[in-house]
Design a protein around this ligand. Sequence first.
Ligand code: GLU
Length: 428
Amino acid sequence: MNEKTYNPFDTAQKQFDHAADLLELNQAERDLLRNPVREYHFSIPIRMDDGSVKIFRGFRVQHNDARGPAKGGIRFHPMETIDTVRALSMWMTWKTSVADIPLGGGKGGVICDPHHLSKSEQEHICRGWVRQIVKNVGPNIDIPAPDVMTNPQHMLWMLDEYELICGEKLPGFITGKPVGMGGSRGRTEATGYGVMITVREALKEQKIKPENTVASIQGFGNVAKYAIELYHKMGGRVICVSSWDEEDKTSYSFRKKDGIDLDELTKITDSFGGIDKSKARDLGYEVLPGDAWIEQDVDILVPAALENQIRADNTEKISKRVKILAEGANGPTTREADEIIQKGNIHVIPDFLANAGGVVCSYFEQVQCNMNYFWEKDEVLGKLDMKMTSAYLAVSDFARTNKMGMRDAAYVISVNRVVQACRDRGWV
Ligand code: GLU
């Protein structure tokens, strides 16, 4: 399947249908959960810096809120589609459920390319997004957060607009805010660290020491960088990362066989995670094609970029040595690729489990905002570790006991919790 015909919502629905079969859900339960309960589409008119007006399309999809207010990020992406947002909102429902936090699933987006927008144009888009949806979001309705190409500054502009309209301080409206402005310490690290906490537990189960492993990572954004940071602290060695090159409109992989240096690579990376090729060459990195990250001779693969990256056409490139595939991104593996991978010996840590650290810390951020008392970083990271470890162990125990793959086990646990909440409320 090529990128043009790939539809992530199709993947999300097929994954759900499979879980629904395993759980023997009735028709009403299936109909309720295979589509979002609500979705909003709107136009955001923006006065650009040159005086012209441009109209941007925005979305917010609330997949399910039976276990609590909808929760999930807002993406800025030039190729954003409503089906991508639908899929991601559904995955958020499973993510908050598998992590067992009292929230539902939602996702938002704007079709735009922040690479080519000034700071003030980005601020206007953030404020415009809030103005269009203000009645349908809020601390007890639906709580946005950062996602692909959005950051704490964007969250603060959105919060400011929301509070100006509502006429009161409501820091629980949005998470991923800057520390000191209602943000939680550790939120920036949380998703990447969470991925590696699950990898650490998987290695423990396989009785492998992290210091005897090497890894290859797709992406060099926020998730990838902090996953690498924690993995290096655990004693592992990353030999390859990949990143998007805005100038060439393609991605490249950067390899150093004796291990990449996170700090030196970070210094030559733009704010969107793009690594400077010529500077990387000067530092002794091999610059390889974008897909090269997947074919490295490593123990651990971490796709931490976008959806639809591991497909039927490139799974055969994965080395026989790979033992763990930890999905840092949302929806990186297509269903066809997943079937091929499951026949092999790779232990898959599925996306909505592996990358749940971000939303877990968002939940902590809300709790701290409600108390108006902010924890130290160690306390946040300690609580994150506890939540991620118990979510991982619950899924892996279930998979072992029921002789199921990790993805199926994660789906059965999380869909079951959501269905139960819908039944308890008398919806189905
Ligand atoms: N965008 C992140 C995710 O996909 C975080 C969502 C949140 O914190 O609400 O999990």
